[in-house]
Design a protein around this ligand. Structure first.
Ligand SMILES: Nc1ncnc2c1ncn2[C@@H]1O[C@H](COP(=O)(O)OP(=O)(O)O)[C@@H](O)[C@H]1O
Ligand SMILES: [Mg+2]
Length: 364
């Protein structure tokens, strides 16, 4: 005889593919009918257009079907009412939907490690570093996300080859996913991706706080990288206020002038009490052939000097390398597209040293 508890246990293994949580935890299971080996499961989806309903149905059939004695599984899907959805979102915020009592959103108390990637000026490879470090972290089996906070010059969607609109469950935004990285960018929300953003300060602040507070990052998210706009100012302040536990990772090129402007970003970090966790020097050298000696196109020593001055580690020196540029143009970070290249190795080294420098996120 199949029992209700057996069916509930099986359903605990069925995850909502967008919320990354068990449908039992999410109160989506509304009724279970058992008649000998015939099981009927009534479940509620968050929204009627739920693009992943087939995945959920299949998963329910498979898990419940695996219980000894079950020979038929009927699944009926309904849709939550507005009130039920609001209750669910409230739970996700309060963390009561989780046995570990954590919020699925980023809060000042989140155990997720937050790393703001900053540079003094544009074009030094800040976005390239962000996607490659994230890809390397994901490769190590960690849950990682990116907030593209460079609202005016966003490039993360293209670099990760991810396009489309995030699912909205009322006011809650589900991040898109690419190469195992959860991503949100203003590029996903504009009517046309090539559109110029002409928002002013307050809207920038609002967009960023929305990306932090209204995106369902998931309580299992271990690391979050923020691709900051070049320069300093407003955005660092917003981040420091909303996520006071953030660290700053500085990206610079080797020449003294670039390191000098990166210093300003470091000063800003200090002002808002953000700890600089390390420096990555990009475009450090170029090797025309694998056995050729290095050519220092942008000079030498800027990254090391900056790291020494700030008393933080120089996490890596990334070479100038064609696969890096090709990878970002094709939407595949070089860490994944050319994993054996010197550039990919340098990025993996940087990611490993970064993870080692950060306190280990508490896991449930
Ligand atoms: N080490 C590198 N080797 C080759 N191309 C690079 C390297 N780093 C960045 N690039 C390329 O330089 C351009 C600017 O990099 P990007 O990451 O967009 O800079 P930022 O975000 O600082 O403005 C991109 O086209 C990128 O592919
Ligand atoms: Mg950029």
């Amino acid at each position: 005889m199949v029992t209700r508890d057996q069916v509930l246990d099986a359903l605990r293994d069925v995850e909502d593919p967008e919320l990354h949580k068990s449908i039992v935890e999410l109160d989506m299971v509304r009724d279970i009918g058992i008649q000998d080996g015939r099981i009927k499961v009534d479940a509620l989806l968050t929204i009627s257009g739920c693009p992943l309903r087939e995945t959920i149905v299949e998963s329910i059939r498979t898990k419940v079907g695996a219980i000894p004695g079950v020979h038929e599984v009927e699944v009926n899907l309904g849709v939550m009412s507005q009130d039920q959805r609001q209750a669910l979102i409230g739970k996700l915020h309060g963390g009561q939907a989780s046995p570990r009592g954590r919020s699925s959103f980023l809060t000042p108390e989140t155990p997720t490690r937050i790393i703001a990637v900053a540079s003094g000026k544009g074009g030094v490879g800040k976005s390239t570093v962000t996607v490659n470090i994230a890809a390397a972290i994901a490769q190590r089996g960690h849950k990682v996300g990116i907030i593209d906070a460079d609202v005016y010059g966003f490039s993360i969607p293209k670099m990760l080859g991810v396009h489309g609109r995030p699912t909205l469950i009322d006011q809650m935004i589900i991040p898109l996913e690419a190469h195992g990285i959860r991503v949100i960018s203003i590029g996903f929300l504009l009517p046309d991706e090539d559109q110029a953003v002409i928002w002013r300060g307050p809207m920038l602040h609002k967009t960023l706080t929305t990306f932090i507070g209204e995106v369902h990052w998931g309580e299992d998210l271990e690391y979050l990288l923020l691709d900051l706009p070049p320069g300093t100012g407003d955005v660092s302040l917003t981040i420091a206020q909303t996520l006071p536990q953030s660290y700053m990772l500085l990206v610079t090129t080797p020449q003294e002038a670039a390191a000098q402007v990166a210093r300003r970003a470091a000063k800003m970090a200090e002002k808002v009490n953000m700890e600089v966790i390390g420096v990555i020097e990009n475009m450090s050298y170029y090797r025309p052939a694998p056995d050729a000696s290095a050519v220092y196109i942008f000079g030498q020593g800027g990254g090391a000097a900056l790291a020494k001055e700030l008393e933080v580690p120089l996490l890596a020196q990334i070479p100038l390398d064609t696969p890096i540029r090709e990878g970002s143009d094709q939407g595949i970070p070089v860490v994944l597209s050319a994993p054996d290249s010197p550039a990919a190795k340098a990025f993996r080294q940087a990611a490993d040293l970064l993870l080692a420098a950060l306190p280990v996120p508490a896991r449930g």
